[in-house]
Design a protein around this ligand. Structure first.
Ligand code: PEP
Ligand code: MN
Length: 337
């Protein structure tokens, strides 16, 4: 439910309405617009339906929200959210480039990749320390050792970090080492993990599950916001379709659809979205043209030797070219890198 306030509502009137909602055991989210403010009401709305809220001074209109997702919806918060992580803002004018290997392999390799992606314009270094591999026999990641390497390299080179968390018990530990916690496609509906990250209040990059609809994706984000953590960056990374030529089918529709439905920033992962490095640059251009707020790209100094996902990783020269091409598209759509 949304309570739209009149443009001349006083602070006291607003407070009275909010206090009333809280007294009924419901939560509020206030969104201050240029013209008027709106109060989003979250919780068991039946409790409030019997209350004549429209009778309160300052209330223009009470509107029922039909969508299941509330806190993430644009109805609740018409202005786009900008997630600020240290000196990087995701969801603003800048298209934020995140680059790095699929998995953290060793200090030297990560350092070399980091120096290169930074030089090309990346602001955030990606790399997994805990890898959710399809096979238990594949490399599972360096674990805590990988987190330490990530932190050291980011501090040295001047990049922020994004890395995946796969276990709710690791959230506290991860928070010591990384700037943005990634929830991978396989864990998009790991609700305990989502809640734990919500409670931590740390920035999170939430990837779309490979078989999740856009609505299910937004409902997962709702779990995090429901714990009062609004630092959520969504990531479209491709879904399963009948097509097998590519690893996944990048759902470009999801970018403008999510922009319409939600105020949260959305970035695109063209690496898992295609599974083929040769497709990464054109798909990145398309993502930015469609309105993506950033790109999460796998990069390696020697993709042919990468321990995982080498076939979809750009080498550092191709990454540099990719950023140049994407920059031209960004400028054409009024953004910058
Ligand atoms: C990743 O980004 O490292 C990853 C495992 O991706 P996804 O969860 O999208 O498969
Ligand atoms: Mn990967």
């Amino acid at each position: 439910m949304i309570i739209v306030l009149k443009s001349n509502t006083t602070a006291d009137e607003k407070k009275r309405i909010i206090d009333k909602v809280h007294s009924l055991g419901l939560k509020t989210m206030v969104s201050e617009g240029v013209e008027r403010s709106i109060i989003g009401v979250i919780g068991e709305e039946d409790k409030i339906r019997v209350q004549p809220l429209e009778a309160y001074p300052g209330v223009e209109q009470v509107i029922a929200v039909l969508s299941q997702f509330k806190l993430v919806s644009r109805e609740f918060k018409p202005q786009s959210s900008v997630v600020k992580v240290k000196d990087v803002a995701i969801g603003g004018e800048e298209i934020v480039i995140m680059g790095g290997p699929c998995a953290i392999e060793n200090l030297q390799t990560l350092r070399e990749i980091a120096v290169n992606v930074k030089k090309s314009g990346a602001r955030i270094l990606r790399g997994g320390a805990f890898k959710p591999r399809t096979s238990p026999y594949s490399f599972q990641g360096l674990g805590v050792e990988g987190l330490k390497i990530m932190k050291q390299v980011c501090d040295e080179v001047g990049l922020l970090s994004v890395t995946e968390v796969i276990d709710p018990r690791d959230v506290e530990l991860m928070a010591k080492y990384v700037d943005i916690m990634q929830v991978g496609a396989r864990n998009m509906q790991n609700f305990n993990l989502l809640k734990e990250i919500g409670i931590s209040k740390r920035p999170v990059l939430l990837k779309r599950g490979m078989m999740a609809t856009i609505k299910e994706f937004l409902m997962s984000a709702e779990y995090i916001l429901n714990e009062d953590n609004f630092n959520v960056i969504l990531c479209e990374r491709g879904i399963r379709t009948f097509e097998t030529y590519t690893r996944n089918t990048l759902d470009i529709n999801a970018v403008p659809a999510i922009k319409m439905l939600s105020h949260l920033p959305i970035v695109v992962d063209p690496s898992h979205g295609t599974g083929k490095w040769g497709l990464v640059t054109p798909v990145s251009r398309a993502a930015v043209a469609a309105g993506a707020d950033g790109l999460l790209v796998e990069v390696h100094v020697h993709p042919e030797e990468a321990v995982s996902d080498g076939t979809q990783s750009l080498n550092t020269d191709n990454f540099e070219k990719m950023v140049k091409e994407v920059r031209a598209v960004a400028e054409a759509v009024g953004r910058k890198i």
